[in-house]
Design a protein around this ligand. Structure first.
Ligand code: ADP
Length: 397
């Protein structure tokens, strides 16, 4: 019997994750990552049968296209091309147009490109991934799984902005939320680990990667989330500012800044990069902090303080809390960042288990803190958006 594999492509702003998922067992047969796109040190690496291969991407630009070309050749050389039944793409913004997973057509791709103004760092990268994959695998059905879909259960009071209602009816301006596939996955895994039905579980899911968001999950459903109309709002991120006073935009434009310059600053030159003055990468910030870099220390403090403030405020939509869940590249791996966030949550009764926190890294899950006060835990769960994307693609087949 032939295999039934799904190639999952997660084409992000500075990275492209890919995986070949066995749609029956859920196992990742190959998993890979292109990273540092846009930088001279761009690389692509993959793991197969326990062996890791890494190649640099020597071309000066268009790293997304080069990565897809390399994946096509890899599928051929591993003999997987005939076993692929579908390709599933992670797409960041579905606007109001896409409320669930869809099969990709030219019209769908064009709609995703049209939504680029809502997610300027991500939707164009997603569409590049789709077009390259459509050209490379023209006979395979392809599906788009949207980061916004999980948050469609938010109540009106959570998704409505405190602005003129006409802006919603005219332009669809409201909170959409992102990272839905990740918040969905880790909440299901957390319920399993706590041995509780997800429909009766309440979580605050904290996804900390280059993009970062918090989600309040009540009875398994998203009821509020920190990203909004675009992925620019909420937490401080790698290069994005998160929440800020909109009056700053007017102020800068009165100082002669163009609209492009303002939004380039907020999307690409803020966050860890802006505050530290050195890098958007959390690892680099932590290393610089250890060497005594003042900007890096401030970036660490601003980031962790803001995450903790969101966790505190996301108690409000819940009737109880089972767990705070850390995930994403930073949430899964960074011990100092998790420790500092937990220290900031002392009033909520969280006490870190230092050994458990040190152990729950690099792919390991674990309970890393407890709050007697709330009857809750803090846990680390590596996210697996690829598995959700593969499952939903095969369901639609
Ligand atoms: P994306 O949002 O692009 O998917 P990831 O979830 O892969 O991003 O997260 C990338 C972030 O995770 C980077 O800031 C990186 O520095 C950080 N990260 C990865 N490993 C570690 C680590 N061991 N310690 C601290 N930060 C880490």
């Amino acid at each position: 019997m032939s295999n039934s594999f799904v190639l999952v492509i997660n084409s992000g702003s500075s990275s492209l994750k890919f995986a070949v998922i066995d749609s029956v067992s859920g196992d990742a047969i190959v998993s890979g990552l292109g990273e540092c796109f846009g930088l001279p040190e761009a690389v692509i690496s993959w793991k197969h049968n326990g062996e890791k291969v890494e190649e640099s991407i020597d071309q000066p630009d268009n790293h997304h296209q080069h990565a897809i070309n390399r994946i096509v050749a890899l599928m051929d050389s591993l003999g997987f091309t005939a076993d692929l039944v579908a390709i599933g793409h992670r797409i960041v913004h579905g606007g109001e147009k896409f409320t669930s997973t869809v099969r990709i057509t030219e019209t769908v791709t064009a709609e995703i490109e049209k939504l680029a103004d809502l997610a300027p760092l991500h939707n164009p990268a997603g569409a590049i991934g789709i077009r390259a994959a459509m050209a490379a695998f023209p006979s395979l059905p392809q599906f788009a799984v949207f980061d916004t879909a999980f948050h469609q259960t938010m109540p009106e009071k959570a998704f409505t902005g405190a602005i003129s209602n006409e802006l919603y009816t005219e332009y669809g301006i409201r909170r959409y939320g992102f990272h839905g596939t990740s918040h969905y996955f880790v909440s299901r895994e957390a319920a399993k680990m706590l041995n509780k039905p997800v429909e009766e579980s309440s979580f605050i899911s904290v996804h900390l990667g280059n993009g970062a968001s918090v989600c309040a999950i009540s009875n398994g459903q998203s009821v509020d989330t920190s990203m909004g109309f675009t992925p620019l709002s909420g937490l401080m991120m790698g290069t994005r500012c998160g929440d800020l006073d909109p009056g700053i935009i007017e102020f800068l434009m009165k100082k002669g800044w163009s609209q492009e310059k303002v939004f380039d600053a907020l999307n690409k030159k803020s966050g860890f990069l802006g505050v530290s003055g050195i890098t958007s990468d959390a690892r680099g910030v932590l290393e610089a902090m250890e060497e005594g870099h003042e900007g890096a220390k401030l970036a660490f403090e601003v980031f962790t303080y803001r995450v903790a403030k969101y966790i505190g405020s996301y108690m409000i939509p819940l009737d109880h809390l089972d767990a705070v869940i850390f995930t994403g590249g930073i949430g899964e791996n960074s011990l100092p960042i998790r420790s500092e966030i937990l220290r900031n949550l002392k009033l909520l009764g969280f006490v870190e288990d230092e050994k458990a926190n040190a152990d729950a890294r690099f792919g390991a899950s674990g309970i890393v803190a407890k709050s007697e006060l709330l009857g809750a835990v803090a846990m680390v769960i590596p996210t697996n958006e690829e598995f959700v994307i593969a499952q939903q693609s095969v369901e639609l087949l």
